[in-house]
Design a binder for this molecule. Sequence first.
Ligand SMILES: NC(=O)c1ccc[n+]([C@@H]2O[C@H](COP(=O)([O-])OP(=O)(O)OC[C@H]3O[C@@H](n4cnc5c(N)ncnc54)[C@H](OP(=O)(O)O)[C@@H]3O)[C@@H](O)[C@H]2O)c1
Length: 249
Amino acid sequence: MTKTLGLIGAGRIGGALARLALAAGLDVVVSNSRGPETLTDTVARWGEGARAATVADTAREADIVVATVPLGAHRRLPADALAGKTVLDTMNYYPERDGTVPELDSRELTSSELVQRHLQGARVVKACNNIDFLRLEILARPTGAADRSALPIAGDSHAAKEEAIRLLDALGYDTVDLGPLSESWRSEPNTAAYVQPYLPPRPTGLTADEDVMRWFLDCPGAPLPADRLTVLLRDAVRQSPADARERLG
Ligand SMILES: NC(=O)c1ccc[n+]([C@@H]2O[C@H](COP(=O)([O-])OP(=O)(O)OC[C@H]3O[C@@H](n4cnc5c(N)ncnc54)[C@H](OP(=O)(O)O)[C@@H]3O)[C@@H](O)[C@H]2O)c1
């Protein structure tokens, strides 16, 4: 049973998960790259049950740890302190932010396999990577709610996935198991299950970047039930991040 959720990364996804976890009655221990003293205001805002720590102490003190930093920083995650832990990996590969990773561009590995390779003694579960930080918070619902959404998970450890399923249930989500980490590409950027299905249709005629951003910030969520997510994941088409870049550029 998870009592304390550890968050390495206190940004948009870290903040959303912290608020959901606190609302579910969990304690939260959180860290960033600059030290716990820079998180004093953040944990005060989050309220009772939240505390800041170093990255290593976050890893040690938490029952489950969420690694929610830019993928380019994954090698700075403390493999020793995380050994033996279940680590939820929310990270996505954006080469323009994270730098080019040949094994990802060639589709030899998924980004979570790369993370697992670094965190050798941990049990990595890909989770919460295919929904934007606003909808992650807005769409959370109690178990059994008719408009509950589902999130994909993937991992090589059955026991770790069971832990992740229980945690996500407490936070407000059903889950769809994609299988091993090698299948986690099905929920990554440039797939049909990524971000868009949790949003309502974008109003026609909205073209200016500024208007699209305002709509994105203000719009509600569109609940995505497990059966619809399952179809999107099953029918996913794998692209090389490099190909996707070319088409976008
Ligand atoms: N934003 C979304 O809607 C979204 C959705 C799904 C998945 N994701 C993925 O989830 C991850 C986090 O995204 P985000 O939007 O929450 O990022 P973000 O807002 O930029 O926050 C990143 C956090 O990571 C911390 N950090 C960076 N390097 C670190 C290190 N070496 N050790 C400890 N903490 C470190 C930062 O702390 P400092 O400020 O101290 O550096 C910051 O608190 C990314 O991989 C992203 O692709 C994001």
